[in-house]
Design a protein around this ligand. Structure first.
Ligand code: GMT
Length: 370
């Protein structure tokens, strides 16, 4: 089977999931073509897969007389060309905008020679999907996709509500996973002071300023260190807030990295106070290292983090509640160890094998219907 996977290189979790899926499918003998604006940051193609895992950059055009760029149309064109060059059976797009409309249009131009599976990841539905400038096109392309998947029950429900999808259009929920062997459980990190980590793209939806406020609250009671990993629009505001609150010396701002495990492995807690989070892949990655999560009770996070067992979930914006949770967890060494083990155990339920098999079941059902 020849499969094309499309994703954005810059959008964090969905690019990571696409890369892992590409590797898994190629290891199972499929020929996989990954299309993206740039090589997704976690896609490292091993030597033995180089003949059947191929990366194709999407080359776009812009013209001074036209507003914006023509990325969506370039994607259409590239998919059509790819289907003439290789016997593409199926295109699976990760993140609906602009890839679902592009793939549906490309399928039309290419004479229906491939099937389209759209995987919803989060803000493609919850933020952009609701935008009047995009909604009708997106709804049409979801209806026209041969199958839809979503990374959590919560996101599937949101998509159904927002787009009022027809009843006969199921949305298959396939949870994200963390690849085996990348994240290691650490029983008891040995830090001089507890290390708290936040990693994201620093978009407003992540409420990164809340992270600074939480740590400010915690520091009134005990010394901790905070690692803020990543780049994005609110990073400078977080730095400024930390300065204003006089807590900069406790905070390290670090660049985003394809090896996030380096920052998680020895951490004591992960902070994720997002406004909305369809899944929260970083929470799962932290849990795989045995790092409990203090996060917002929002979107798909309760499907990942079990409140009171693998972490603590508080209402969005409840900075005091999250700070209190941090202090409670750190105060009791035995309870903390129990939570670390529970976090790791919980992460193992998100099995690569099961999720990849589920993608494959859907792909195979479309390519060779029974
Ligand atoms: O929307 C973003 O901030 C990035 C986006 C992405 O495409 O990576 O994240 C979404 O997809 C991830 C992978 O499925 C999920 O883990 C994130 O929770 C989700 N983000 C939001 O829902 C805000």
């Amino acid at each position: 089977m020849h499969i094309a996977l499309l994703c954005h290189s810059t959008l964090g979790g969905s690019g990571v999931v696409t890369s892992e899926l590409a590797l898994s499918l190629a290891r199972r003998g499929m020929t996989v073509h990954v299309l993206s604006d740039q090589k997704p940051f976690r896609l490292e193609i091993p030597q033995d897969l180089q003949d059947r895992l191929l990366f194709h950059p999407i080359e776009t055009v812009s013209h001074p007389v036209l507003p914006g760029n023509l990325f969506s149309l370039s994607t259409v064109n590239q998919l059509v060309q790819l289907s003439y060059q290789y016997p593409i059976d199926l295109v699976n797009v990760h993140y609906a905008i602009p890839f679902a409309p592009s793939a549906v249009f490309a399928r039309e131009i290419a004479g229906q020679r491939f099937r389209v599976v759209t995987t919803l990841h989060g803000t493609d539905v919850t933020l952009l999907g609701q935008h009047p400038a995009l909604k009708a096109t997106l709804r049409y392309s979801l209806e026209q996709s041969d199958a839809l998947t979503a990374v959590s029950n919560s996101l599937a429900q949101e998509a159904r509500r927002i787009f009022d999808l027809s009843h006969f259009k199921p949305i298959h929920v396939i949870p994200n996973w963390v690849p085996e062997g990348r994240f290691w459980f650490q029983e008891d990190p040995m830090n001089d002071f507890p290390v708290l980590v936040h990693a994201s793209n620093f978009r407003p939806i992540k409420r990164t300023r809340d992270v600074i406020w939480i740590v400010h609250e915690v520091l009134k009671h005990r010394t901790v260190k905070l690692r803020m990993v990543g780049e994005g629009p609110d990073r400078a505001a977080c730095m400024a807030l930390a300065c204003e609150l006089g807590i900069s010396q406790h905070i390290e701002f670090l660049a985003s990295t394809p090896h996030i495990e380096q920052h998680l492995q020895d951490a004591d807690l992960l902070l994720l106070p997002s406004e909305s989070e369809s899944f929260g892949l970083i929470a799962l990655e932290a849990m795989a290292c045995g790092v409990p999560v203090v996060a917002s009770h929002t979107g798909g996070l309760p499907e990942v983090v079990v409140h009171g067992s693998s972490g603590v979930l508080r209402p969005v914006g409840d900075v005091e509640g999250m700070a209190a949770a941090v202090l409670d967890i750190l105060a009791d060494r035995d309870a903390c160890r129990t939570m670390r083990r529970a976090a790791c155990k919980r992460s193992q339920r998100f099995s690569e094998e099961r999720s990849v098999r589920e993608y494959l079941r859907i792909f195979q059902g479309l390519v060779s219907p029974t």
